[in-house]
Design a binder for this molecule. Sequence first.
Ligand SMILES: *[C@@H]1O[C@H](CO)[C@@H](O)[C@H](O)[C@H]1NC(C)=O
Ligand SMILES: *[C@@H]1O[C@H](CO)[C@@H](O)[C@H](O)[C@H]1NC(C)=O
Ligand SMILES: *[C@@H]1O[C@H](CO)[C@@H](O)[C@H](O)[C@H]1NC(C)=O
Ligand SMILES: *[C@@H]1O[C@H](CO)[C@@H](O)[C@H](O)[C@H]1NC(C)=O
Ligand SMILES: *[C@@H]1O[C@H](CO)[C@@H](O)[C@H](O)[C@H]1NC(C)=O
Ligand SMILES: *[C@@H]1O[C@H](CO)[C@@H](O)[C@H](O)[C@H]1NC(C)=O
Length: 322
Amino acid sequence: MHTHTLLLLLLLKPGVCESCSLVVSPAGLVVKYGAPVSANCTSDTVTSMGWVPSQGESQVFRTGVKELTWRVDSLTDWNIKPQCFEMSEKGGQCARVLNVTVYKLPDRVSIRYLSHSGPVVEGHQYSLHCVVQNTAPIEHLRVTFFKVSTNGEQTVLYTQQLNNDIREPVNESFSLQFSPTSVDDRAQLCCSAMLDLGPQGPQPPPVMESECLNTTVHFAPEFSCSAKLQVREGEGLTCDVRGNPLPSVTWLRDGKMLTPPTHLSREDAGNYTLMALNRIGKANHTMEVEVLHDRAARGASCQAAGSATVALLLHQLIHWLY
Ligand SMILES: *[C@@H]1O[C@H](CO)[C@@H](O)[C@H](O)[C@H]1NC(C)=O
Ligand SMILES: *[C@@H]1O[C@H](CO)[C@@H](O)[C@H](O)[C@H]1NC(C)=O
Ligand SMILES: *[C@@H]1O[C@H](CO)[C@@H](O)[C@H](O)[C@H]1NC(C)=O
Ligand SMILES: *[C@@H]1O[C@H](CO)[C@@H](O)[C@H](O)[C@H]1NC(C)=O
Ligand SMILES: *[C@@H]1O[C@H](CO)[C@@H](O)[C@H](O)[C@H]1NC(C)=O
Ligand SMILES: *[C@@H]1O[C@H](CO)[C@@H](O)[C@H](O)[C@H]1NC(C)=O
């Protein structure tokens, strides 16, 4: 019987028989590696039918039936392509292929820089790699790089899917060219891998996340105060500057270095320039300061936008010979 079946199979052309009445149910299967699986093949009329390849205890071939079940207790063949075939009295033959997708969730998802460690520098480019270990099938895997800001907000940086029909588990590395900016300082960089196997697969599609990389970005000084300040008499001058490493700051008025006044008088009105420097770069900021002597003054201080790495208060003066 077995040999007989195999010989017949050589003559079969799956799915091309126009009058084939065989129906395989379900039409396709998505199965976790090692899980049990079964499908039925039915025919319009009583016939002789079989399933190949045979696995476990499933019946290979039977005569005088309208239905035959294919069953595997533990599916461990990544490339399995079961076929149900029929041999009718009239001598016709036909076959139906059952689509089976065998999947395995990743053992591990991790993120790292390619040949880099420690702080990154604004404006430079780094290669970030997301490594997904031992998963199948790789073409259904969607890898997403994302960033978690200090306020908890998540931003997707890049999503990638491979076009690769390998069915066995593989290790795969996905990469992203990353150019950090000052807002990325202290953010976290992470990646996730989603195995999206369509409506027949597990719902919602399983997602595995990497641990995240804490990002330290070194960046040149940045000022976040306006060009015009109105300050009440008796108040001090404040301007916020961010920078990593901590910048040194020099105050100038009319080209002369000074300690910013802590209690402004009307004579202190004028144009002030701040010069900030760290080893990444330098920046200047000039502001026109108006001193108000009545109580109607508004907007006396200038606010930093976002998180200030350094809030420079008036007393701070670091001598820096420009
Ligand atoms: C079986 O898989 C092939 C290739 O992946 C696809 O084109 C076809 O539509 C699938 N058939 C069913 C019934 O799912
Ligand atoms: C196959 O048929 C049997 C009996 O007809 C039924 O109990 C079973 O649920 C069917 N299996 C599938 C996968 O359709
Ligand atoms: C994937 O990587 C792991 C750990 O490095 C290794 O043990 C395993 O053999 C690799 N698998 C394949 C398919 O390359
Ligand atoms: C990253 O930073 C968080 C808090 O900001 C901390 O809990 C965690 O341990 C850090 N991770 C690493 C790998 O340094
Ligand atoms: C400050 O600078 C502005 C613009 O350059 C100029 O118009 C103004 O006269 C200056 N003020 C003082 C007090 O020098
Ligand atoms: C900062 O100001 C100084 C003096 O006005 C000037 O010489 C220098 O070019 C400025 N630097 C930058 C980075 O703007």
